[in-house]
Write a protein that binds this ligand. Structure first.
Ligand code: HOZ
Length: 430
């Protein structure tokens, strides 16, 4: 079949590459691991994204999960437009912050206080600082393949772009910082216990993506999150759930609600901002009130609580709350998508394993179920790249890396699943 015309995107990418490192503002967007050039976006509507050459794609990335309601949701657009007309930034408290904080506290379990920041990275930095201050300990336990933003302490064996580009440990992270980060495999409680035994009274926090979605999609074993909770309690460490992806996606209360496991601190982002830069650290008052200005743990930001971002967040969470069937629909859609992909892979005799949870879907070209980073690494990278390019040519935009998840929005219908599965059939049987 004829390839789509990407002339304008190519031209822009050439220009961008002279002006910005790799031509992008964030590494995975460069499409390097799938052997392609990125398309440049012109706009999006619901489940669709359109590029500057006029090609339209069914978008299963949805701004890396930020858009639960799909592109350009009318309520979000309206709220942001009205907020912008009143002024774009004040650096002073505003009513919408109170409203968004109230919505978060209402929807997310075990939260009395919310500190808004502008990115998941900031949320991770703040959660760690708070955990270290609250426990008087330095070390943290994280999991290979989990990604919590690009702060120094959390980059070790991180997922997402760090994996995609095969960067083992980023230059610029000091040895001292790296020494305080203990990395163990995901889904392995014995390894966590061993780490806590090896550094008694030194671990401030166990930081985890309750469903790992930055090494591809890897779900926790039954009892895994409960096990982390017990180990944290036994060893006096805090349990930090990075719910930047799972928050408001697995259900209104995220992973805590879905799995019935309490976290001491929660990192939120993506859906929280409805596509604008909002993230947050949230938790019980006794911890959160250690942040300045009540406590002495310092954290600040000129654009924190930005009115446009707050307006988008409030409009999104309200729309989510009002849509009684949303979580059922996205879950059914995610399941039907992975069922369809696996069926097609079977027909084509291509090994594939796939999983779906809430509005998250993921697949690996692999024989065996993937439970950790080793499994994800063992999946077929060349096959993923080939599949990605074939799907893009057929108007389906998948994550440009096998280490990312697929995101279902409230606007994806069964017909979009069917078109995706048909395209997958054509690519895999060609
Ligand atoms: N952290 C995102 C993937 N999990 C990548 C964001 C981006 O490159 O835009």
């Amino acid at each position: 079949m004829a390839e789509l015309n990407h002339d304008r995107s190519r031209q822009l990418f050439d220009e961008a590459s002279e002006l910005m490192p790799g031509g992008v503002s964030s590494p995975v967007r460069a499409f390097i691991s799938v052997g392609d050039h990125p398309f440049f976006v012109a706009g999006g509507q619901g489940p669709f994204i359109t590029d500057v050459d006029g090609n339209e794609y069914i978008d299963w990335v949805q701004s890396w999960g930020a858009l639960l309601l799909g592109h350009a949701h009318p309520a979000v657009v309206d709220a942001v437009t009205r907020a912008a007309a009143r002024g774009t930034s004040f650096g002073t408290p505003a009513e919408l912050e109170v409203e968004l904080a109230r919505l978060v506290i209402e929807m997310v379990p075990n939260v009395d206080r919310v500190r808004f920041v502008s990115s998941g990275t900031e949320a991770g930095m703040t959660a760690l600082r708070l955990a270290r201050a609250a426990t008087g300990r330095d070390k943290i336990v994280k999991f290979a393949g989990c990604y919590h933003g690009h702060s120094d302490a959390l980059l070790a064996q991180a997922g997402s772009g760090v994996l995609t580009l095969g960067i083992p440990g980023s230059p610029g992270v000091t040895e001292g910082t790296a020494q305080d980060t203990i990395v163990v495999p995901y889904n392995d409680l014995v390894a966590v216990k061993a780490a806590l035994d090896a550094w008694p009274d030194q671990v401030a926090a166990i930081v985890v993506e309750p469903v790992a979605a930055n090494m591809g999609l890897v779900v926790p074993h039954d009892g895994y999150l409960e096990g982390l909770r017990s180990l944290a309690d036994e060893f006096g460490a805090l349990l930090v759930f990075d719910e930047v992806i799972t928050g408001f996606r697995l259900g209104p209360g995220g992973a805590q609600e879905r799995f019935g496991v309490r976290a001491d601190l929660v990192m939120l982002g993506k859906i929280l901002g409805g596509g604008l830069p909002v993230a947050a650290v949230a938790g019980p008052a006794e911890l959160m009130d250690q942040l300045a200005p009540v406590g002495s743990v310092y954290q600040a930001g000129t654009l924190s609580g930005n009115p446009l971002a707050m307006a988008a967040g409030v409009a999104s969470l309200r729309a989510i709350k009002e849509d009684a069937t949303l979580y059922h629909r996205i879950q059914e859609r995610a399941r039907s998508l992975v069922r369809g992909l696996v069926d097609v892979a079977d027909i084509a005799e291509v090994p594939m394993v796939a999983t779906a949870i809430g509005g998250l879907a993921g697949f690996f070209f692999a024989e065996d179920e993937v439970v950790d980073l080793d499994g994800a690494n063992a999946s077929d990278a060349d096959m993923y790249a080939h599949f990605f390019r074939g799907m893009l040519d057929r108007g389906i935009y998948l994550p440009p890396s096998r280490y990312e998840a697929l995101f279902v929005s409230a606007t994806h219908e069964e017909e979009h699943v069917e078109r995706t599965v048909k395209a997958a059939h054509d690519v895999l049987t060609a």
